[in-house]
Ligand binder design. Structure first.
Ligand code: NDP
Length: 303
């Protein structure tokens, strides 16, 4: 039986961890806000650790899923830190959508203690986490990945080895930069069409059977924008962070990428305007405000 710890029971961490509350694993969880860990334990039977060090003690695999890589690294040191108790031969799998530079630092810190490290960000959203159908993009040693594959397969349908440490982070950041571009670009197009007299639901019907379609146009706009529901599943602050990582990647690799830099700037401004708790799709409301147009489908009055 694999002994697993899961650290970070947030919007996506909690449904991922739920799949590890399974007879094949001995599961311990830790969360900064204790009440969330207690609620998780009550629902699943998992054990709650009092500190990250206690969570990591005797574990074969420690999975982390926090906002940014630095949050994970901040749990390493001190008597309550992970390094105090991670055993030789254990593996830390960081499912945070992180940055490659910090991941490489963490891998080096852990290697001193004989602990393996994989960056393993996920895509597929909260729904994918609930269904256990996430894509997991892994950076690090391929043989180390094989030792933790049974854990990743509980919440991931597609596990892809992307390259050395940091490769998963890089790919995840580019994916999310594309998501951001699709959200912003689709919003700009729809407000312009509204002003030209084309209703958004009509526009989406055409776009979604044409070459301009994307996950944003096919799912996010119909389900969240036209309905004005804007549920909070993935914070705008986190998407801003991801686009920033992608823009930094382009700069570090000396790639001329004006669209990435502009998208990073737009999402930083949207994050500043809408705050820490806004959902990523609410960035559409900034485009609407600038154009003084609301994107709606057929309203009740038209039905
Ligand atoms: P949330 O903001 O919902 O949750 C963050 C979690 O991290 C909480 O458990 C929080 O604890 C904990 N945390 C925050 N800061 C610290 C810290 N300094 N030390 C210890 N614990 C901390 O984030 P998500 O679950 O949405 O996202 C987690 C990661 O997954 C991010 O990197 C995100 O980009 C990525 N991701 C998210 C997706 C989504 O759809 N939500 C999709 C794909 C990737 P507390 O309960 O105390 O606040």
């Amino acid at each position: 039986m694999l002994r697993v710890a899961f650290i970070g029971l947030g919007a996506i961490g909690a449904p991922m961890a739920r799949h590890l509350a399974h007879p094949d694993f001995d599961l311990v969880v830790w969360n900064r806000t204790r009440a969330k860990a207690d609620a998780f334990a009550a629902a699943t039977g998992a054990r709650v650790a009092n500190t990250p060090a206690e969570a990591a003690r005797d574990r074969d695999v420690v999975v982390t899923c926090l906002p940014v890589s630095r949050d994970v690294q901040s749990l390493f040191d001190g008597p309550d830190g992970l390094l105090a108790t991670l055993r030789h031969g254990a593996v830390l799998v960081d499912c945070t959508s992180g940055d490659g530079a910090t991941s490489r630092q963490m891998a080096a810190q852990l290697a001193v203690h004989g602990v393996g490290f994989l960056d393993a960000p996920v895509s597929g959203g909260v729904a994918g986490a609930e269904q256990g159908t996430l894509t997991v993009m892994v950076g690090g040693d391929a043989a180390t990945l094989e030792t933790v594959r049974p854990v990743l397969e509980r919440f991931g349908q597609r596990i892809v080895h992307c390259g050395p440490v940091g490769a998963g982070d890089a790919l995840k950041a580019v994916n999310n930069a594309l998501l951001a571009m699709h959200i912003w670009g689709t919003a700009e197009g729809l407000v312009a069409l509204e002003k030209a007299g084309v209703r958004a639901d009509v526009a989406l019907e055409v776009l979604n059977t044409s070459s301009g379609r994307s996950n944003a146009s096919m799912n996010l706009f119909p389900d969240r924008v036209l309905t004005r529901a804007f549920p909070r599943t993935f914070r705008l602050a986190l998407l801003d962070k991801d686009v920033g990582i992608a823009a930094a990647l382009a700069r570090d690799t000396q790639v001329v990428a004006p669209l990435l830099q502009l998208t990073s700037e737009l999402f930083r401004q949207a994050h500043r305007e809408l705050g820490e708790e806004a959902d990523h799709v609410e960035a559409v409301q900034v485009v609407e405000r600038l154009a003084n147009v609301t994107i709606r489908g057929r309203g009740a009055a038209d039905a």
